[in-house]
Design a binder for this molecule. Structure first.
Ligand SMILES: [Zn+2]
Length: 228
Protein backbone atom coordinates (compact mmCIF):
# COMPACT_ATOMS: atom_id res chain seq x y z
CA UNK A 1 0.00 0.00 0.00
CA UNK A 2 2.78 2.36 0.98
CA UNK A 3 4.66 1.56 -2.20
CA UNK A 4 1.56 2.13 -4.30
CA UNK A 5 1.13 5.52 -2.68
CA UNK A 6 4.75 6.39 -3.35
CA UNK A 7 4.33 5.46 -7.04
CA UNK A 8 1.18 7.53 -7.16
CA UNK A 9 2.92 10.52 -5.56
CA UNK A 10 5.84 10.30 -7.96
CA UNK A 11 3.44 10.94 -10.83
CA UNK A 12 3.10 14.43 -9.48
CA UNK A 13 6.58 14.94 -8.08
CA UNK A 14 8.96 13.18 -10.45
CA UNK A 15 11.89 11.83 -8.52
CA UNK A 16 14.14 11.39 -11.49
CA UNK A 17 16.61 13.83 -12.96
CA UNK A 18 15.45 15.68 -16.09
CA UNK A 19 19.04 15.70 -17.33
CA UNK A 20 20.00 12.01 -17.13
CA UNK A 21 16.79 10.23 -15.95
CA UNK A 22 18.70 8.89 -12.95
CA UNK A 23 17.05 8.84 -9.51
CA UNK A 24 17.10 11.97 -7.38
CA UNK A 25 18.15 11.79 -3.76
CA UNK A 26 16.85 13.90 -0.89
CA UNK A 27 17.75 17.56 -1.35
CA UNK A 28 18.14 17.31 -5.13
CA UNK A 29 15.59 19.25 -7.13
CA UNK A 30 14.82 18.55 -10.84
CA UNK A 31 18.51 17.92 -11.60
CA UNK A 32 20.90 15.49 -9.89
CA UNK A 33 24.17 16.76 -8.45
CA UNK A 34 26.16 15.16 -11.25
CA UNK A 35 24.16 16.94 -13.96
CA UNK A 36 24.30 20.22 -12.01
CA UNK A 37 28.09 20.09 -11.92
CA UNK A 38 28.28 19.16 -15.61
CA UNK A 39 26.04 21.99 -16.87
CA UNK A 40 28.14 23.76 -19.54
CA UNK A 41 28.20 27.29 -18.14
CA UNK A 42 29.40 30.11 -20.39
CA UNK A 43 31.16 31.86 -17.51
CA UNK A 44 29.97 35.20 -18.93
CA UNK A 45 28.73 36.37 -15.54
CA UNK A 46 32.39 37.17 -14.72
CA UNK A 47 33.04 39.02 -17.99
CA UNK A 48 31.68 42.54 -18.43
CA UNK A 49 32.30 42.71 -22.21
CA UNK A 50 31.27 39.15 -23.03
CA UNK A 51 30.28 37.87 -26.52
CA UNK A 52 26.55 38.20 -25.78
CA UNK A 53 26.85 41.86 -24.85
CA UNK A 54 29.17 42.48 -27.79
CA UNK A 55 26.53 41.21 -30.20
CA UNK A 56 24.42 44.30 -29.47
CA UNK A 57 27.10 46.94 -29.98
CA UNK A 58 25.79 49.42 -32.53
CA UNK A 59 22.34 47.83 -32.41
CA UNK A 60 20.88 48.70 -29.04
CA UNK A 61 22.36 50.36 -25.92
CA UNK A 62 22.24 47.75 -23.20
CA UNK A 63 23.70 47.70 -19.72
CA UNK A 64 24.50 43.99 -19.35
CA UNK A 65 23.79 40.77 -21.21
CA UNK A 66 24.44 37.14 -20.39
CA UNK A 67 23.72 33.61 -21.46
CA UNK A 68 23.80 31.08 -18.64
CA UNK A 69 24.69 27.94 -20.65
CA UNK A 70 26.17 26.85 -23.94
CA UNK A 71 23.83 25.09 -26.34
CA UNK A 72 25.31 22.21 -28.28
CA UNK A 73 23.53 19.75 -30.54
CA UNK A 74 22.87 16.48 -28.70
CA UNK A 75 24.17 17.99 -25.44
CA UNK A 76 22.47 18.22 -22.04
CA UNK A 77 21.29 21.80 -22.68
CA UNK A 78 19.50 20.78 -25.87
CA UNK A 79 17.89 17.95 -23.93
CA UNK A 80 16.78 20.23 -21.08
CA UNK A 81 15.38 22.85 -23.47
CA UNK A 82 13.49 20.13 -25.31
CA UNK A 83 11.95 19.06 -22.00
CA UNK A 84 11.04 22.67 -21.28
CA UNK A 85 9.59 23.53 -24.69
CA UNK A 86 8.06 20.33 -26.00
CA UNK A 87 7.64 17.92 -23.13
CA UNK A 88 5.54 19.88 -20.63
CA UNK A 89 8.31 20.30 -18.03
CA UNK A 90 8.05 23.97 -16.94
CA UNK A 91 9.89 23.14 -13.69
CA UNK A 92 13.22 22.87 -15.48
CA UNK A 93 12.91 26.50 -16.59
CA UNK A 94 12.28 27.62 -13.02
CA UNK A 95 15.19 25.51 -11.74
CA UNK A 96 17.64 26.98 -14.29
CA UNK A 97 16.38 30.48 -13.50
CA UNK A 98 16.97 29.95 -9.77
CA UNK A 99 20.50 28.69 -10.45
CA UNK A 100 21.44 31.58 -12.71
CA UNK A 101 19.70 34.14 -10.49
CA UNK A 102 21.86 33.00 -7.60
CA UNK A 103 25.02 33.38 -9.72
CA UNK A 104 23.92 36.86 -10.75
CA UNK A 105 23.28 37.85 -7.16
CA UNK A 106 26.60 36.38 -5.98
CA UNK A 107 28.35 38.49 -8.63
CA UNK A 108 26.63 41.69 -7.56
CA UNK A 109 24.06 41.89 -10.36
CA UNK A 110 20.70 42.54 -8.79
CA UNK A 111 20.21 46.18 -9.71
CA UNK A 112 17.14 45.62 -11.90
CA UNK A 113 13.72 47.07 -11.14
CA UNK A 114 11.69 44.53 -13.08
CA UNK A 115 12.08 41.20 -14.91
CA UNK A 116 10.15 40.84 -18.18
CA UNK A 117 10.04 37.55 -20.11
CA UNK A 118 10.09 37.73 -23.89
CA UNK A 119 6.39 37.36 -24.70
CA UNK A 120 5.11 34.37 -26.62
CA UNK A 121 2.28 34.80 -29.11
CA UNK A 122 -1.05 33.99 -27.41
CA UNK A 123 -1.83 31.02 -29.67
CA UNK A 124 1.57 29.46 -29.09
CA UNK A 125 1.30 29.98 -25.33
CA UNK A 126 -2.11 28.32 -25.42
CA UNK A 127 -0.72 25.29 -27.25
CA UNK A 128 2.24 24.87 -24.92
CA UNK A 129 0.33 25.80 -21.77
CA UNK A 130 3.00 28.25 -20.63
CA UNK A 131 5.73 30.57 -21.85
CA UNK A 132 9.11 28.87 -21.35
CA UNK A 133 10.93 32.21 -20.97
CA UNK A 134 8.46 33.18 -18.24
CA UNK A 135 9.40 30.01 -16.34
CA UNK A 136 13.09 30.97 -16.48
CA UNK A 137 12.07 34.48 -15.39
CA UNK A 138 10.16 33.03 -12.42
CA UNK A 139 13.31 31.30 -11.19
CA UNK A 140 15.38 34.47 -11.66
CA UNK A 141 12.74 36.49 -9.83
CA UNK A 142 12.81 34.07 -6.88
CA UNK A 143 16.60 34.14 -6.50
CA UNK A 144 17.08 37.86 -7.19
CA UNK A 145 13.98 38.90 -5.22
CA UNK A 146 12.99 41.22 -8.05
CA UNK A 147 9.39 41.41 -9.33
CA UNK A 148 8.33 39.87 -12.61
CA UNK A 149 5.76 41.22 -15.06
CA UNK A 150 4.66 39.03 -17.97
CA UNK A 151 1.71 41.16 -19.10
CA UNK A 152 3.21 44.56 -19.91
CA UNK A 153 4.40 43.52 -23.35
CA UNK A 154 2.73 41.27 -25.93
CA UNK A 155 3.74 39.52 -29.11
CA UNK A 156 1.45 40.51 -31.96
CA UNK A 157 2.92 38.44 -34.75
CA UNK A 158 3.12 34.68 -34.56
CA UNK A 159 6.34 34.60 -36.53
CA UNK A 160 7.60 31.58 -38.36
CA UNK A 161 10.54 29.70 -36.96
CA UNK A 162 13.81 31.61 -37.22
CA UNK A 163 15.94 28.52 -37.61
CA UNK A 164 16.52 28.65 -41.35
CA UNK A 165 16.76 32.41 -41.67
CA UNK A 166 19.86 34.58 -41.94
CA UNK A 167 20.40 37.65 -39.77
CA UNK A 168 18.57 40.21 -41.93
CA UNK A 169 15.68 37.82 -42.60
CA UNK A 170 15.40 37.18 -38.87
CA UNK A 171 15.25 40.90 -38.21
CA UNK A 172 12.51 41.51 -40.81
CA UNK A 173 10.63 38.61 -39.31
CA UNK A 174 10.48 40.10 -35.79
CA UNK A 175 10.96 43.85 -36.27
CA UNK A 176 7.32 44.75 -35.54
CA UNK A 177 6.36 41.65 -33.59
CA UNK A 178 6.12 43.25 -30.12
CA UNK A 179 3.93 45.85 -28.47
CA UNK A 180 4.16 47.43 -25.01
CA UNK A 181 0.62 47.68 -23.70
CA UNK A 182 1.36 48.93 -20.17
CA UNK A 183 3.86 51.78 -20.47
CA UNK A 184 3.44 52.85 -16.85
CA UNK A 185 4.77 49.46 -15.70
CA UNK A 186 8.11 49.90 -17.46
CA UNK A 187 8.64 53.66 -17.45
CA UNK A 188 11.92 54.79 -15.84
CA UNK A 189 12.85 51.23 -14.87
CA UNK A 190 15.91 49.12 -15.46
CA UNK A 191 14.42 46.04 -17.10
CA UNK A 192 15.96 42.59 -17.31
CA UNK A 193 14.51 41.06 -20.48
CA UNK A 194 14.65 37.27 -20.49
CA UNK A 195 14.67 34.71 -23.33
CA UNK A 196 15.37 30.99 -23.78
CA UNK A 197 17.96 30.54 -26.54
CA UNK A 198 19.85 33.34 -28.23
CA UNK A 199 21.17 32.98 -31.76
CA UNK A 200 21.55 36.32 -33.58
CA UNK A 201 19.73 38.28 -30.87
CA UNK A 202 17.17 39.64 -33.37
CA UNK A 203 14.19 38.76 -31.19
CA UNK A 204 15.66 40.30 -28.04
CA UNK A 205 16.67 43.37 -30.03
CA UNK A 206 13.17 43.84 -31.46
CA UNK A 207 11.46 43.48 -28.09
CA UNK A 208 14.15 45.51 -26.30
CA UNK A 209 13.73 48.34 -28.80
CA UNK A 210 10.01 48.49 -28.06
CA UNK A 211 10.73 48.68 -24.32
CA UNK A 212 13.26 51.47 -24.92
CA UNK A 213 10.86 53.37 -27.17
CA UNK A 214 8.17 53.04 -24.51
CA UNK A 215 10.19 54.69 -21.77
CA UNK A 216 12.23 52.09 -19.93
CA UNK A 217 15.35 53.68 -18.41
CA UNK A 218 17.86 50.88 -18.88
CA UNK A 219 17.89 47.44 -20.40
CA UNK A 220 19.77 44.20 -19.70
CA UNK A 221 19.35 40.74 -21.21
CA UNK A 222 19.58 37.24 -19.78
CA UNK A 223 18.95 34.02 -21.66
CA UNK A 224 19.16 30.37 -20.74
CA UNK A 225 21.55 29.42 -23.50
CA UNK A 226 23.70 30.72 -26.30
CA UNK A 227 23.54 28.82 -29.58
CA UNK A 228 26.89 28.52 -31.34
ZN1 LIG B 1 21.19 13.87 -13.76
Amino acid sequence: MLEAFSDFASLFFPEYCLGCSGGLIKGEEILCTNCLVKLPRTGYIDIEENPIKEKFIGRLPIKNAWAFLRFRKEGIVQHLLHQLKYNDQPEIGIRLGKLFGKEMKDNGFSQFDLIVPLPLHASRKKNRGYNQSEKFAEGLSASLEIPLNADCCVRLKNTQTQTRKNRSERWENVEFAFHVKQRSVIENKHILLVDDVMTTGATLEACGRQLMNSGCKELSFACIAEAQ
